[in-house]
Design a protein around this ligand. Sequence first.
Ligand code: BDR
Ligand code: CA
Length: 315
Amino acid sequence: MKKKIIIDCDVGVDDALALILAFHSPELEIGAVTGVNGNVSLEQVFANIQKVLFLIQPQHHPFIARGADRPLKGIPTYAHSVHGEDGLGGVKIDLKKEEKWWHLFSGPAHELITEMARQHPDELTLIAIGPLTNLALALQKDLPGMKKLKELVIMGGAVRTQGNITPHAEFNIFVDPLAAQMVLASGLPITLVPLDVTHRVFLSSRLIEERIKPLSNPFGRFVTEATGYSLTSQRFRRGSEVFHLHDPLAVAVAIDPDLVRKERLSILVEIEEGERYGQTFEVAEEEASAAHKLDVCLGVNSEKFLELFLSRLGA
Ligand code: BDR
Ligand code: CA
């Protein structure tokens, strides 16, 4: 039986790679893709969802919906330096007006999430790979609907490791810590996929040269261009030696939970402004309510993940 999936994302280069992995995986049935302000503005995210679906051309058209255009509190923080001005590293994908690879949901993302959860009680997996604003709104507006989700797989946080947007915080949590606090304390069945594991899965120049280039299909070309890989310097955007596959790992965990080693931990989010703003931190069991307990991924079989990811690019 295929797992029914909704993906909430802020496309983003690695979000795009996560979508390709998800739609190319026979284990999953993607019912919806919802957008949230994050790496780039909501409007750009929404345009990118359509571009990536146009690239993938899925047989079963998912619903798509716009979500929050700003965090619950404060102002957006974008990640243009990582994902390019347009969020897709400037890759040109020309949408054809007459071709639609999706069904447009007219309401907001949080409504689509809870509506689908109600239609498929205890069957739906929500994979969240952007800031958690849409999920927090869904909890605020329809908690009973959210309780009908079977599981949530969330890419976010840095538990026993450093952050990537500040020394303490990971980007998705930092953009909207208030939303993250609500979601992580909701008591819903959450698997957290933090930097502790996503920093161990990455593309290198060797993988691009030996495994991606020979694919010579649109997906291989997309990976090379969107990650800003330079044939001359053999480096990625900003001169980086590696390109982290944060969001694809979250999708892979939904496909094959055995790729990771998990521990059940009580996790809190720092919402006070200051140097630790947006930090996800572990507390002793007695310092938090049972609702704060999450399955936190702390180990990953990187090779097995990469084989899965690369094999699905060829699809
Ligand atoms: C997360 O932040 C975003 O920039 C990526 O898309 C990923 O979801 C990694 O910290
Ligand atoms: Ca993302």
